[in-house]
Design a protein around this ligand. Structure first.
Ligand code: B12
Ligand code: SF4
Ligand code: SF4
Length: 310
């Protein structure tokens, strides 16, 4: 057993669905694409995406002498579907239960602590979503899956319903091999995207993406997109729902991602009537807090204005 085997075994023991490891080095091709994406303004108002680009392109600037990037994937698929007859707004699956940042971060912290016990001389940092790390690009390099044309990371065994986390470490480990691109000639996600946000294969213009508009964007929603939201009031799963690789989804064992009552297809009127106190109670420990009360009410009212039917 090598230390790589021990780390992989520990990650699975902790409940991660997959783990892969890549050599920590600069990301020249991915970095050039990131810069082109920013240059075209596809990050919209997410100015934080334009910061720390040097670190996004090279993990050794986050952890001096880094040798390895460990990527873990956490399955969040729950076998429930959006049934518009049960409510009028749709919430994306990743936000049905508890905020993944809380749970995946605890698990990755435990993995990191185990690594520190196995190799006390090593140094590193861990992230789930919030660091300047191109997690999908690293997951592809680490053989966890590939970036589909919708740009999400797809695994062969769990589809794309996985959260990603990363550990950058000074430890030299055994590296996995990328598995290549398994999209082939399929364009289902591009054809299905309601707002035409997948402007080219593998390239998402966040400004057109319903996920950005309903979660990250502050202020009124672009009226030219507003009629195409297909009932989504928080995030959007359309490009993943149509992906043939998501036939390989498997129910997660993590009960914290099970939908809270009324959180799959909530009533628009219920959302519009929320006070700050009720919003804070209803979405305690939920990713939905990110859009704040004003954002959630704005989103519900937008769907109500643009037609309640699907
Ligand atoms: C910014 C961001 C967003 C933005 C922008 C999305 C985007 N595609 O970048 C918005 C708010 C829109 C968003 C939405 C969502 N997000 Co988000 N988001 C991020 C974040 C913070 C950074 C992503 C990033 O670096 N974007 C920059 C662009 C340039 O990167 P990219 O899209 O990967 O672009 C690459 C490709 O375009 C590729 N490329 C370009 N041309 C070509 C050509 C070829 C041939 C090839 C092969 C590749 C290629 O090169 C680029 C660089 O590698 C990550 C967390 C993280 N730190 O990584 C989470 C993350 C990507 N999001 C996540 C999730 C779950 C979502 C949503 C599904 C949530 C939802 N249900 O609403 C949607 C999906 C929308 C979509 N289709 O992308 C997960 C994805 C998990 C997975 N399985 O991939 C992440 C990894 C968070 C996490 N830790 O789990 N997100
Ligand atoms: S999340 Fe929705 S709006 Fe964004 S690219 Fe996918 S289908 Fe299009
Ligand atoms: S829908 Fe088709 S093109 Fe899009 S990510 Fe899935 S396999 Fe690739």
């Amino acid at each position: 057993m090598t230390i790589t085997d021990d780390i992989k075994r520990r990650a699975l023991e902790l409940g991660f669905a997959k783990i892969g490891i890549a050599r920590a080095e600069a990301l020249p091709a991915e970095g050039a694409r990131l810069m082109e994406w920013l240059h075209r303004g596809y990050h919209a108002s997410m100015e934080w995406m334009a910061g720390n680009t040097d670190k996004r392109m090279d993990p050794r600037l986050l952890v001096p002498d880094a040798r390895s990037v460990i990527i873990v994937a956490e399955n969040y698929f729950v076998p429930v579907v959006h049934d518009p007859s049960r409510g009028e707004g749709k919430i994306s699956r990743y936000a049905w239960g508890d905020d993944y940042h809380l749970h995946a971060t605890k698990r990755i912290q435990s993995l990191y602590d185990s690594i520190q016990q196995m190799a006390p001389e090593s140094q590193g940092r861990y992230y789930v979503d919030t660091g300047p790390v191109m997690e999908k690009a690293w997951a592809a390099r680490a053989g966890v899956g590939w970036q589909g044309k919708h740009s999400n990371l797809i695994t062969k065994d769990f589809g794309s319903w996985v959260f990603l986390g990363s550990i950058i470490t000074t430890l030299e480990l055994e590296y996995d091999t990328p598995i290549g691109d398994w999209c082939g000639s399929c364009t289902a996600c591009m054809d299905a995207c309601p707002t035409g946000a997948i402007v080219e294969p593998y390239v998402v213009d966040a400004g057109r993406c319903i996920s950005y508009q309903t979660i990250e964007h502050r202020g009124p929603i672009d009226e030219t997109l507003a009629g195409s939201f297909e009932q989504w009031i928080y995030g959007c799963d359309t490009c993943q729902d149509v992906c043939p690789w998501n036939r390989f989804e498997q129910p997660t064992a993590h009960r914290e991602y099970a939908p809270r009552p009324g959180n799959v297809t909530p009533s628009l009127d219920d959302i519009s009537a929320l006070t700050q106190e009720k919003f804070s109670q209803r979405y305690a420990k939920s990713a939905i807090k990110r859009t704040k009360l004003a954002g959630m009410v704005r989103n519900a009212e937008l769907i109500a204005r643009n037609g309640r039917k699907q």
